[in-house]
Design a protein around this ligand. Structure first.
Ligand code: FES
Length: 157
């Protein structure tokens, strides 16, 4: 396969787990950033769980590592600092509020736009954090900012 083509199609690459730091450090800071196989990711430690996702927001490439974590509909989300889009930490779904137009007095409901941000796998071994990039065979909106011309970190090869 053409390497450029593989870069645009993450599901077609074989990725190994990459050590991104120490468990003790992320437990103190709550988050860290890393480059995993030339892809920028952010790793969050929230309520005893680890979550990794593409660092640039699926909407317009905002820096998710600078966002706040808040609960929406009982689901922890990163709130993008640029336009306040909400992304679930566990699944990468974009959440939005919807009002029934036939009943404007009803309470707005939280709804999902589906998976928009690519989520990666975090494992812990002997006090170190490892990230394995997602190979899920679907196009994710955040891929646009993680690959090609929007990718900030250039390959060293
Ligand atoms: Fe994240 Fe617009 S870039 S909400």
């Amino acid at each position: 396969m053409d390497p450029a083509e593989a870069e645009q199609n993450p599901e077609e690459k074989e990725y190994s787990a990459v050590c991104v730091g120490k468990e003790a450090d992320i437990k103190k800071s709550g988050r860290m950033t890393a480059v995993v196989h030339d892809r920028e990711v952010v790793i969050f430690y929230h309520r005893g769980e680890y979550h990794a996702m593409d660092i640039r927001c699926y909407h317009s490439g905002g820096p998710l590592h600078l966002g706040e974590i808040e609960d929406f509909d009982g689901r922890p989300c990163i709130v993008c600092p640029w336009h306040k889009f909400k992304i679930t930490l566990a699944t990468g779904e974009g959440l939005y509020q919807s009002v029934n137009p036939r009943d404007p007095s009803s309470k707005p409901k939280w709804c999902s736009k589906g998976i928009k941000q690519r989520i990666h796998t975090v494992t812990v071994e002997k006090g170190h954090i490892y990230v394995t990039l997602s190979k899920e065979p679907f196009k994710c909106d955040s891929d646009f900012y993680a690959t090609g011309q929007y990718k900030v970190i250039q390959s060293s090869s």
